[in-house]
Design a protein around this ligand. Structure first.
Ligand SMILES: *Cc1c(COP(=O)(O)O)cnc(C)c1O
Length: 415
């Protein structure tokens, strides 16, 4: 006999509100950030050019990542776009991106008038499958963007090997992977360029914001800093060397960022401890694959992404997510309900004007036709995950309660 689910009128497993990244309940933001922001406001200068905070954040981020070049920008999408400006991508170029990611990854490619080509993912981890990359490479392919989802690293060694063989750039999308490690190294410092987001839901936040890091200061004749600064070599004179956006982060965001960065390791440690407690409390359940460290990866738990085996349960992941939500754990049935290429922007090729560039342009004569099942594993994977919001204010005790709710629901729906 299983317990009556809250969805069926039983009492919820968690009768209190769990902390959420949508407000202070789930975010470690306070006096440190306030003091730094106050300093900026009192200084009267809010912009990066004459300020010190953006420069300090860039310097500290670069030091942390053991890399010389870090440029703070206005979002993760801006970071990715800056990276592709840096690599001088353009019409006719193809960029490999995974079928499961945030649209920001795809937008960056399209903004450079390059064509996104979707690579299928691993059924369990949902990360880009290195075995599916080679078949998507053409003479037009210029770069690969592995996306480290949910705080887990992609398997970088085979990806780097393919990239080397075909002379491709590697841009790491680390928007969900601050301080994630692959074989002892921070992701973002492994490929040619690493991109981060500080959007409200990420491990550390500046509300919106991002960072680009690169091992080389200059690539394709472009300095990284100019790629987010109108192509302007400010230290020299007023000139604009190539087409580039203005994606500056403000001093206000950087002030918050510095406060956040100083506690990032401790915030991630708390995420890891509570996630470990949750994993421990559901380890005996069948049909689930709790996330965590593996042979090569250190997980920093952007969210607690729990892959499930839908065949083991009598209802869909959507119903399971509803039941968990009723128990007090706001759960989504997967990160995305469908692969990213199924959304109108990509699917219907809604880009610049009515001409469908870059899919259909003089530099890319073969028309692009995406099909729903071009990445079949991704389609299935999207239906096979419980996506549980995570943050640094979830305690070990709360994590055990969440585990109890998951056990209650999954035991109930067990086939
Ligand atoms: C959040 C995110 C982005 C985009 O970052 P924004 O700051 O929202 O623009 C890109 N890629 C992934 C994987 C993300 O999670």
């Amino acid at each position: 006999m299983t317990q009556r689910l809250a969805l069926d009128g039983g009492s919820p497993a968690i009768p209190y509100l769990l902390p959420s990244v949508k407000d202070i309940s789930g975010r470690d933001i306070g006096e440190e950030e306030l003091a730094l922001v106050t300093e900026v406001v009192r200084s009267g200068n809010l912009g990066y050019i004459y300020g010190t905070k953006v420069k300090q954040l860039q310097k500290e981020w670069a030091q942390l990542y053991g890399i010389d070049n870090a440029v703070a920008v206005s979002s993760g999408t801006a970071a990715l776009h800056t990276a592709l400006v840096f690599l001088d991508l353009g019409p006719g170029d193809e960029v490999l991106v995974p079928a499961i990611t945030d649209m920001g990854t795809v937008i960056a490619v399209l903004l450079q008038n390059a064509v996104p080509v979707f690579v299928d993912v691993d059924r369990i981890t949902q990360l880009m499958d290195p075995n599916k990359i080679a078949e998507k490479i053409t003479p037009n392919t210029k770069a690969i963007i592995p996306v480290h989802l949910y705080g887990m690293p992609c398997d970088m060694d085979p990806i780097l090997e393919i990239a080397r063989k075909h002379n491709l750039y590697v841009v790491e999308d680390c928007a969900q992977a601050q301080l994630t490690k692959y074989k002892g190294r921070y992701v973002g410092s492994i490929g040619d360029v690493g991109c981060f987001s500080f959007q409200q839901s990420k491990q550390m936040t500046t509300g919106d914001g991002g960072m680009v890091i690169a091992r080389q200061d200059e690539l394709c004749g472009r300095k990284l800093v100019q790629c987010a600064d109108k192509g302007w070599p400010r230290e020299l004179y007023r000139d604009h060397l190539f087409l580039a956006p203005n994606y500056h982060m403000t001093e206000l965001q950087a002030a918050v960022g510095i406060g956040q960065l100083h506690k990032l390791e401790s915030m991630i440690e708390r995420r890891r401890q509570s996630a470990a407690a949750l994993t421990d409390s559901i380890r005996l359940l069948e049909g689930v694959y709790p996330p965590g460290d593996n042979d090569y990866g250190r997980c920093t738990y952007y969210e607690y992404a729990l892959p499930i085996e839908p065949d083991r349960f009598s209802v869909s992941s959507e119903i399971i997510a509803q039941a968990l939500t009723a128990e007090g754990v706001k759960t989504a049935p997967g990160y995305l309900p469908q692969p990213i290429y199924m959304y109108d922007m990509v699917w219907k090729q809604i880009t610049y004007g009515k001409k469908k560039c870059p899919y259909n342009c003089a530099h890319y004569p073969q028309p692009v036709q995406y099909t729903p099942d071009m990445c079949p594993v991704a389609v299935e994977a999207c239906q096979s995950m419980l996506f549980i919001p995570w943050n640094e204010k979830i305690t070990v005790d709360m994590a055990r309660d969440i585990g109890g709710a998951i056990r209650k629901v999954l035991t109930h729906y067990k086939k």
